[in-house]
Design a protein around this ligand. Sequence first.
Ligand SMILES: Cc1cc2nc3c(=O)[nH]c(=O)nc-3n(C[C@H](O)[C@H](O)[C@H](O)COP(=O)(O)O)c2cc1C
Length: 339
Amino acid sequence: MLQIGPYTIETPVVLAPMAGVTDLPFRRLCSELGAGLVVSEMVTSDTRLWNTRKSRLRLDHSGEAEPRSVQIAGGDPEQMAEAARQNHERGAQIIDINFGCPAKKVCNKAAGSALMRDEKLVQEILHAVRKAVDIPVTVKMRTGWSPENRNAINIARIAEDAGINALSVHGRTRACMYRGEAEYETIAAVKQAVSIPVIANGDITCAEKAQEVFSKTGADAVMVGRAAQGRPWIFREIAHYLETGEHLSPPSTEEVEQILLSHVGALHSFYGEYTGVRVARKHVGWYLQARPNNDQVSESSADPVGFRKQFNALEDPEAQVEAITTYFACLKNGEDIAA
Ligand SMILES: Cc1cc2nc3c(=O)[nH]c(=O)nc-3n(C[C@H](O)[C@H](O)[C@H](O)COP(=O)(O)O)c2cc1C
């Protein structure tokens, strides 16, 4: 169980914010498949930029499970405060501040994990946002800005003093980007240093790994990012294992087909035909790559790589749905889908 302000999150397994991935259709799907909490893709704190179609879609929360957590990114305290206020007005119930993204600049200003270097600015941002809204505010960060400067504990203490309600920590420094393996010692040290909830993140790819990260860190919850791409049912698998110590059976081919078709349909209607078709290509690639019996599939005639090539050339939603249906029919019958 994870407590964030007034919200009790029964399943302590959280979907990480991922720009370009955790859009509304994906967040809804992960919630349905067992994620206790999902976090939106980051939105810039510069509200002047919110009038683009991309930003408008990122600010849409229709039909989303509660509490709705929205991540903001930026380096100016007053702008961040204003962005928090406006997101709250648009339905956010938790504001998550991004000190974790390794991108150098967001809108030409230092933002994300680059900010971890400037503890005074971090403090100013946290106080400004905390003052601006009376809903829970959380922080997502890395373990530091370089392996020599793992200052997550300092930032965690600053956050706790500022009245922040929970912290997510990705077990890498900013300089590490996504290289090497995540380490959990610093996350454990952060958990020891503060009394607000800590969510452990980084390289959690299966139920056992989630359990291992809980034991190593003492964290209140775990957060899963990349492993949920093409495998949104990972949340129910982890939740089941944590509860019972037993593995949930993987979804059947029929269920994967049904989940994928409903995901792709949701993308088409959310983004509209042109963009929906393009966003769907990326997700379909992940689903097929993540198929548990991918090797067997490649050896048989139902070759997902060949299928992906053909699929990526399709330009309209109906053709995508038909291709997926044919792919799964062939997969179930062991026939050649490339024919
Ligand atoms: C494509 C992609 C986009 C991401 N976008 C964000 C983001 O907008 N905000 C953020 O705080 N972290 C972002 N991250 C970092 C993830 O939230 C997470 O911390 C990281 O992927 C490590 O977790 P994982 O090993 O479970 O993927 C992103 C990661 C990826 C792969």
